[in-house]
Design a protein around this ligand. Sequence first.
Ligand code: NAP
Length: 255
Amino acid sequence: MNGQTRPAEPAGAILITGAGRGIGAATALAVARAGHDVIVNYARDAAAAATVADQVRALGRRAFAIRADVARPDEIRRLFQEAESEAGRIAGLVNNAGVTGPIGPFDRTPDEVIEQVFDVNVLGAMRCAREALARFRRHGLAGVIVNVSSVAARTGSPGEYVHYAASKAALDAFTLGLAREVAAEGIRVCGLAPGSTLTGIHAAAGEPDRPARVAPRIPLGRLAQPDEIAAAIAWLLSPAASYITGTTVACAGGL
Ligand code: NAP
């Protein structure tokens, strides 16, 4: 592309993995408000994903809820095929689906948990990025990928989920390298690292009261609401962030 050309925002849908709940659900609404159709991927909770899809439609955009486990390569391929045949062009991907496994020290974390966390958080995100890139290129789109990381990549999460922190650090390296590899095509790859956010992820990790325990160590003194994280993701996807690529932005209340 011409070195001085700023790409227009590509028309097309945004595919968000793990969009049935939490940050992904809030992001679906934020990108719908910004004028995009949305593919609401989920793993198990079809009712939650259907509710998010209805909320997107109420904002005047099209929405398609598609079940696929991003830990499974065959399901990722099907997800993108179905997404494209339902929604048409895909202009953006948010690699949001993420799991921690149970809270606890590293030496009590079984291999199966570590493997599942890397399968979802790292390999799933990489495979989704590959599918999205192939489609951006086929349509000549200056698409955008946002990888949802975590401040854990910087803190290491000792005593909680070191393996999860390591998976997010791997994701950050992937963001940097892939962004530099595809930048000449006008495609951007960004990361967004939330701090602790009020979603079901803490209960799923086995500590529903974790928000109250960690709030005092956050400079802003409270956890994020999912819509505060979603606003930052939607901004990275938008032309307002046209000169940002290859970096992971923290949205973490000062951490
Ligand atoms: P959440 O409330 O637990 O929701 C997770 C979502 O991911 C659900 O919609 C779930 O689908 C989906 N999901 C889980 N495994 C999946 C798989 N194998 N394939 C497809 N979808 C899958 O999580 P969240 O707190 O919103 O977290 C979203 C992202 O932000 C994650 O990457 C997480 O690591 C990151 N993050 C969160 C926090 C925080 O404090 N909440 C902080 C930093 C970073 P179902 O509903 O169908 O099960």
